[in-house]
Design a protein. Structure first.
Length: 770
């Protein structure tokens, strides 16, 4: 780039060190060359900041770039460490904003001198908020707009002359020249990007200063950690509008962006014969048919393998691909594949729920909790959820005139069951409160209750109910369907042969302590009741303390704890010890007191069962020791620790056999551990090796999965393990010893069940890491 000749020199006291016109001109030209050669202008400015400050004798330099979308100036090149980003409007409310708005140079000796500012323009202000935030004191400012062919690109601001006094005429000429150089550099960078120089699909957001590179890197890292799409993190955490995400994707993929629309017409002709699991797993959906052309929404139009597979489903027809967000595509699939049979079952009831006149306020709609249609609707929701083996029912009202959503959790995953007209949201919640004996007038605090459904709907169903206040003066209701009937026999719990044999050997011991650990909803209580059922004999006295009592068994003396009145697990344990127990089961050992009493009971001739909220069996030992348990007493007491997860199983009706590739087999071996795989399973890769994959049918709602089974990790209290507990060994040492004693990890147990045809690796990975 050719720079105009600079026909001036700086005073000796300027602090620049430049002593001749030639030297000064050379420095300006050198800076210009480096800026124009830079692939990243931001990094180049950071590297040049000290050199530019020295050239002008300034203490600091700030370069603002125009955010074309928001009409703001953005600085990410400040030479101080206190502020990494500044956003100011292009307006008279700041010096840089004024220079940009008027496209004029400003040379101010004291920005806190209001008379000086008023003399320039009565509306000119100095924004002192950054000084207050950082503790830095701004006095002199030399500001110049960065312009390219009359187009505003930003503002260059020099702050505080080191030698004191104001910036002189020489600096004014120099800053004008440097601003001109920067204008060309900024324009060239945008032009290169516009020609397709992007390497990331979100570069559009960087170019328009909606996001910094650091923020984008953090979004990628957070998305990987949370297993969410990057777009979801950008919208949720960084408040990037979906429209801007769409613009970025359009520019990157060079195709149209499509957003989910609940009123989008269902392309019934295109959906016929398509497998819903295939669309969900591969993130695509057909949108419409125009003449002979098929329009498809896909998350990655550059995935050639996926594109070819989709095209093969529409032979002889041209296919156009739009880009869409993953969640939007999944929402389209839900919209297009609603189960018509399911809707018909409840249609008669919903037809009675006439949406109230829109002019009538919801609070005065006159719909009551005893309205016959409301009563029928709540009963129907509970009965349908029960018949589908749901574990939870979620009633989710939304503000204003948005309909209430009802979701049910089946096999660990939530699905939409139905929507209810908005004017009935309060009546439905009130009806459930009445059934639960809760205060229908209290809407500010959470409440807990229980429904014995037999007196309302005939079936013997018990539900635990929780109401939670939500935004807009509304209340969510979650109903947990409590397990009823006979406990599952121990031999039907999905234990491997080795785990079943070892677990059986400890549950029949006369004394000691057994822990079952895992997160909420992992089946810990079910496993404990199966074990208690196995030893529930006339000659054995069994006491249980639970919160709540979910599974009932004849022969067990079951107690519901009530922490609100001081009757907690510890109090129940102390009472049991005076009630001649043989076996004690405590729902959860949450604190040191309860755990200490449990260990003491196990050392005085009682068999104790309990649960822990820990991730693995070895981790449970370190957790208990960290709680302050005596290592010698604990080592003497422990019989075993069983870690458990529930994994979705393949639908037995539609699961399909297939021969895995060598790469898939090797992946399973690596996940298991090569040495352990050879020793424990000894399966070889052969031509007749078969695994199973999900397919989808009516019985499994076209998901390919139906039911769940347990994955187990059983740590036995061997003599060697007891010695490690006594010495408070590290968790890795404990884990290695447990594996040496024969323990298989949760993931290893899951992979064994994959080869048995019960589940697949996708589901196993969802519930366990190791």
């Amino acid at each position: 780039m050719a720079n105009a000749e600079i026909s001036f020199t700086l005073d000796e006291d300027s602090g620049t060190g430049a002593t001749s016109e030639a030297q000064y001109s050379a420095k300006i030209q050198a800076i210009g060359s480096r800026l124009n050669a830079a692939s990243n202008l931001g990094e180049a400015l950071i590297n040049l900041k000290d050199e530019i400050c020295e050239l002008f004798g300034a203490d600091r330099i700030t370069v603002y770039v125009v955010d074309g979308v928001k009409r703001e100036l953005v600085s990410r090149f400040k030479s101080g460490n206190e502020v990494t980003e500044i956003r100011i409007p292009v307006a008279q409310t700041s010096v840089a904003g004024y220079a940009a708005l008027k496209q004029t140079l400003l040379n101010i000796k004291d920005v806190y001198d209001q008379k000086e500012l008023t003399a320039i323009d009565p509306e000119l202000q100095f924004d002192s908020s950054w000084d207050r935030r950082t503790g830095y004191r701004t006095k002199q400012i030399l500001a110049h707009p960065i312009v390219y062919q009359k187009y505003l690109m930003g503002t260059l601001e020099l702050i505080n002359r080191k030698s004191g006094g104001g910036f002189g005429g020489a600096e004014e000429k120099a800053v004008a020249e440097l601003s001109k150089i920067m204008g060309v550099a900024l324009y060239n960078q945008k032009r290169i990007a516009a020609r397709g120089g992007r390497s990331n699909k979100y570069d559009y957001l960087l170019e328009n200063h909606l996001l910094t590179q650091k923020e984008l890197s953090k979004a990628h890292a957070d998305a990987a950690q949370r297993k969410e799409p990057v777009s979801a993190v950008l919208m949720k955490d960084f408040k990037i509008p979906k429209k801007e995400i769409g613009s970025a994707l359009e520019k990157f993929y060079k195709t149209s962006f499509i957003e989910f629309n609940n009123n989008y017409p269902i392309p019934g002709d295109l959906m016929t014969g398509l497998k819903v699991p295939f669309m969900r797993n591969n993130i695509w959906v057909p949108l419409k048919s125009e003449d002979k052309k098929v329009v498809i929404a896909v998350d990655n139009p550059h995935d050639l393998k996926k594109i070819d597979e989709i095209k093969a489903l529409f032979p002889g027809r041209p296919v156009t691909f739009y880009v869409s967000l993953k969640q939007d595509i999944l929402d389209f699939i839900k919209l297009f594949t609603q189960d018509e049979k399911e809707l018909a079952e409840i249609d008669d009831i919903l037809s009675q729920l006439q949406v109230e006149d829109e002019e009538i306020e919801e609070a005065s709609s006159g719909v009551g909790e005893e309205d016959s249609a409301v009563v029928q609707l709540v009963n129907k929701i509970i009965l349908d959820a029960y018949s589908r083996n749901a574990s939870d029912i979620h009633i989710e009202p939304y503000p204003g005139k948005q309909n209430t959503q009802v979701r049910i959790r089946v096999d660990g995953s939530c699905t939409i069951y139905q929507t209810i007209p908005f004017s009935y949201k309060n009546a439905v919640v009130s009806r459930i409160k009445i059934m639960s004996d809760l205060d229908i007038a209290e809407r500010r605090l959470p409440q807990d209750g229980k429904i014995k459904f037999k007196k309302y709907g005939g079936k013997d169903i018990e539900l635990r109910v929780a109401t939670i206040p939500t935004q807009g003066g509304l209340e969510d209701v979650v109903m947990r369907i409590l397990a009823a009937g006979e406990p599952i026999p121990l031999d039907k719990m999905g234990f491997s042969k080795a785990n079943y044999k070892n677990f059986l050997s400890v549950v029949t011991k006369p004394y000691g302590i057994i822990f079952v650990c895992g997160p909420t909803g992992s089946g810990k209580t079910t496993t404990l009741h199966s074990a208690l059922s196995f030893i529930n004999k006339t000659e054995t006295k069994i006491w249980t303390a639970e919160d709540p009592v979910e599974i009932t068994q004849r022969g067990l003396r079951q107690v519901q704890v009530k922490p609100k009145i001081g009757f907690d697990f510890a109090a129940a344990m102390r009472a049991f010890l005076r009630a001649d127990p043989d076996v004690i089961m405590v729902g959860e050992m949450r604190d040191k007191e309860t755990t200490s009493i449990g260990i003491e009971a196990s050392l005085t001739g009682h068999l104790v069962f309990s649960t822990l909220h820990t991730n693995s069996a070895p981790e449970s030992i370190t957790r208990l020791l960290d709680m302050g348990m005596d290592p010698f007493n604990f080592a003497d007491a422990v019989l075993c620790i069983l870690a458990q997860r529930l994994v979705r199983t393949l639908c037995k009706t539609c699961k399909r056999k297939y021969h895995p590739s060598k790469e898939e087999f090797d992946d399973l071996v690596r996940e298991y551990g090569e040495e352990d795989f050879k020793k424990n399973l000894g399966i070889e890769y052969t031509d007749d090796l078969e695994l199973y994959k999900p397919e989808g049918c009516d019985l499994c709602s076209n998901t390919g999965y139906r039911g769940r089974m347990g994955l187990h990790e059983l740590l036995m209290g061997t003599d060697e393990m007891k010695k490690l507990i006594q010495t408070k060994a590290e968790m890795k040492v404990i884990r290695d010893q447990a594996i040496g004693d024969g323990m298989t990890t949760l993931k290893q147990d899951g992979i064994e069940k994959i080869f048995q045809g019960h589940c697949d690796l996708i589901e196993v990975r969802k519930v366990c890491i190791k």
